[in-house]
Design a protein around this ligand. Sequence first.
Ligand SMILES: [Zn+2]
Ligand SMILES: [Zn+2]
Length: 362
Amino acid sequence: MAGGMRAVSEAERTAESGGGGPAPVALVREGTWLLPQPMPSEHLPKHTLSYLLQDSEGDLHVVDPGVDDDHNLDRLFGLIRSIGSEPSRLRTVVSTHLHHDHLGLAGRLRRETGALVAIHRAEQEAVLALAAAAPTRVADDAERAERWGVPAARRAELADVAVRAAHSAPFEADLLLEHDDLLPVPGRRIRVLHTPGHTPGHLALVEERTTETETGTGTGTDTDADARGLLFTGDLLLPTIYPGLGLGGQATDPVADYLASLDSLAPYADFEVLPGHGYRFIGAAQRIEETRHHHLTRSAEIAALLRADPAASVWRIASGVAWTAGFENLSGFYLCSALSQTAQHLAHLERQSASSDHPAGA
Ligand SMILES: [Zn+2]
Ligand SMILES: [Zn+2]
C-alpha cells in the first residue's frame, strides 16, 4: 500500500542536496504554503521549512517560523503580502519544539502582529527548566564531563548542547497544547500529536483530508496527491538526516520516547510529510523504518561495546561507535552531541535490562 519514499518536488530535493540557495516558496495545497527559511549552519540542514496556513476566515497561522532574524521576518511578511493578505492577519504561531530554528522568530512575530504562540505543555516546562539551569551551566558541564570520562584537554568544548540549541530566553507561550488538541484554525481540523524524544514536548501535526468538504471550485478534479492528508513532523522525521535525541534538557529515556513517537506515526504512513528541514516527501513508512533502524543499530552497537568493557566510560564507549564523521573528527557541538547520544543509549539499555527480569550471566 505505502510505496517507497520520494520527494514531492525535485526542485526542493536538489536545493537541499546541492548546497545552493533555498528552494522556492511552494503552494502545498490551497491555503497551505511552504516557506524555506535560511538558518546559519556550517552543515546540513541549512534551512528551516516553515509553513503558512490560511483558515476559512482568511486569517493566517504559521508552523515553525525559523530562526529569529530580520531576513526571515521579511521573507514571511513578503509571502503573506504576495497572497494578498497582511501580517496583521496572523493569529497563531505554532512551534513543533523549543529549538531556535523552530521557535526563534515566534516572539518577534507575537510582538509585531499580536499572534498567539502555541507549543506543547511539556515543551513549555522544558523551556523554563533549561532557562533555570543556565546560571549553573558551567559547573554542571564540568561535572558531567568528568562523569563521562572526558579527557581534561577536551572538556572546554563541551558546553551543553541542549542549552545551546534551545531558544535562549525563558520564553512563555500563550497557548499550551496537549496531545489530541485541535489547533485554533477555523475551517480546518489540524490535530496535535505529542511526539517526545528529540525534545520532551516535541509535537507533530496531522491534517486529514476531509472528503465531504465542498471546495466550491474544481470539485471532482482532485488529483491523488491532493487527496493525501498532511503530516507536519518538525524534527521528528526528516528526509535526509536522523534527528538527535534528548536535546531538550532532562528526560528519563529519550530513546524509548522517540521510538514510541515514530510508532505513533504509523496511521499516517500515506500522508504527505511536511518536515522541519529537507524537503516534502511521501512514503513515510520507509523513512520511519530507516530512522528506527538507525537508532536501533546504534543502540545495539553501544550494547556490544558495553558488553566488551562493562566498566568503560561514556567517552570510551563513544570513541568505539562508528560515527559518520569518525569520532576523531568530532569537536565542539558535534562531540558533545555524540557523547550525549551515547549516554542516552546507555541509560536506555540500563532501563531495559532493569525492567527485564533476566538472571544475570547469559
Ligand atoms: Zn530540533
Ligand atoms: Zn530543527
